[in-house]
Design a protein around this ligand. Structure first.
Ligand SMILES: *Cc1c(COP(=O)(O)O)cnc(C)c1O
Length: 487
């Protein structure tokens, strides 16, 4: 009997979803497909021109019961998926913010997927934890952060998925710390402060941690002060709250002065440097972090400007104990000698989720194979291109720069004739933006600052070169010519 079962088993051909020979063959095909995509990326409209619901109408309604080849699937990618993509990697993508990628980041991602380690604690994959601790210290060193933020010092850092999560976990740590100090357990007594220019994810995080909207103070900024948060205004807002018996936390701009005000009142200060923070690896931009030694936490997303690809947000904290205390769990099945002896870091206690990917491989390969000099060069060349664009705008009297440019983002607008009023100016800019984007040759977005409708030209997609910036400006001028002629 037993023998029969064994020989039957040996003859059953099982489905093997990870056959190394098949993997080698198909992965090579995929690499060719990807390299072709990068090579031809400029042939696609940057902003997708499809209508909502287009995809379901063009693909089968059910998963196939029998296998189909990779080739036919890739045909669908080419014919159905790609036309519905907005191409963030296009060199003509100037919308939102640049989401940068690189060969090294890509290869690191391949390794991360290759190992598929789920390193929630040290023992689950010691190298995953230890490499993350190493690269997060490397980046802290590149940014000249004080040792108090480094594992080598008294602090530490962690790779979160997004800034939103970094802000959420920081706010949880700050909340619990404030509640501990206060002793009343009354969430309603906690107040958070931020600039009115703060990213919308901040209000969302407040909601998630239970801070009442009544207790969120968004300090108004002005165009004259370049929309930066004023320490004097912050102080006034905090003092008004203190009179009412409130107390607590948060956010940034001229770090040193703001942190000074916040620290007088024992607040937790967080710096959200998601995008521009990466520039601080260059000595000429590092002054933007002056005063960082006074804050409690800082987050920065290499998936924006440091070539890592989505998603990768680095968060440093001076007091990891506060974070771990707020987020740690200790279920029986995760218990082990090393964790219990407190000799290791268990990153599950630094984040929302339990499982986590080995993402530090991406940063590690980027830092190692490019070196700091090339990363600095990459930042400088983007800032240089933004400067070129800014000079173009300044050279044409029909346009104006609305907010002084600091890094790779140019906020400008067409300002044809004030005598027609501000609604007319706004409408003209909307029309210009729609026209530019409808060509599929450039994609830009808009925002409102201080009530003014502005066009945003965000330079920094990995493949963007001077020629793309020149062509984009030519196109924008063409749009303005046509628009102003029809008046
Ligand atoms: C992009 C950005 C965010 C949001 O980042 P996610 O990683 O998408 O959550 C928050 N703050 C600032 C300053 C940003 O630039």
């Amino acid at each position: 009997m037993g023998k029969n079962i064994e020989s039957n088993l040996a003859n059953t051909p099982h489905f093997n979803p990870l056959n190394p020979q098949e993997f080698r063959k198909q992965a090579h095909e995929m690499v060719d497909f990807i390299a072709d995509y990068y090579q031809n990326i400029e042939s696609y409209p940057v902003l997708s021109q499809v209508q909502p619901g287009y995809l379901r109408a063009n693909l089968p309604q059910n998963a196939p019961s029998l296998p189909e080849s990779l080739e036919t699937s890739l045909e669908d990618v080419k014919n159905q998926i790609i036309p519905g993509m907005t191409h963030w990697l296009s060199p003509n993508f100037f919308a939102f913010f640049p989401s940068t990628v690189s060969t090294a980041g890509f290869l690191g991602e391949m390794l991360c997927t290759c190992f598929n380690s789920v390193g929630f604690n040290w023992i689950a994959s010691p190298a995953a934890t230890e490499l993350e601790m190493l690269v997060i210290d490397w980046l802290a060193d590149m940014l000249k952060l004080p040792k108090s933020f480094m594992f080598q010092g008294t602090g530490g850092g962690v790779i979160q998925n997004t800034t939103s999560e970094a802000i959420l976990v920081t706010l949880i740590a700050a909340r619990d710390k404030a509640l501990d100090v206060d002793g009343s357990g009354n969430l309603n007594k906690l107040v958070v402060y931020a600039s009115d220019q703060t990213h919308s994810t901040f209000a969302k995080a407040c909601k998630m941690v239970g801070i009442s909207p009544r207790n969120i103070r968004l300090i108004p900024t002005t165009i004259d002060a370049g929309f930066s948060l004023s320490p004097i205004q912050l102080k006034a807002a905090v003092e008004a709250d203190m009179e009412n018996g409130d107390h607590f936390h948060h956010d940034v701009d001229p770090i040193k002065l703001l942190a000074g005000v916040a620290k007088e009142h024992g607040m937790w200060v967080h710096v959200d440097a998601a995008n521009a923070g990466s520039a601080c690896i260059c000595p000429e931009f590092r002054h933007h972090l002056n005063g960082v030694e006074l804050v409690d936490s800082l987050s920065l997303s290499p998936h924006k400007w440091l070539l890592s690809g989505l998603d990768c947000c680095c968060l440093w904290v001076k007091n990891p104990t506060a974070l771990v205390k707020a987020l740690s769990t200790n279920p029986e099945y995760l218990r082990n000698k090393q964790s219990e002896s407190d000799s290791v870091v268990d990153f599950k206690d630094w984040q929302v989720g339990t499982g986590r990917r080995f993402k530090s491989l991406r940063l590690w390969l980027i830092f190692r194979t490019y070196g700091v000099v090339n990363l600095q060069d990459h930042i400088r060349s983007d800032v240089g291109m933004a400067k070129i664009f800014e000079d173009f705008v300044r050279s044409d009297p029909r346009f104006e720069i609305v907010v002084p440019r600091e890094f790779g983002l140019v906020c400008f607008r067409l300002n044809p004739d004030e005598t027609f009023g501000s609604d007319y100016t706004e409408l003209s800019n909307q029309k210009l933006l729609d026209w530019v984007n409808s060509t599929g040759r450039v994609y830009m977005t808009h925002t409102k600052v201080g009530g003014i409708y502005v066009l945003r030209f965000a330079v920094g997609a990995t493949l963007t070169g001077d020629n793309h910036v020149v062509a984009a400006w030519k196109l924008i001028k063409e749009g303005a010519d046509a628009l102003l002629k029809t008046v």
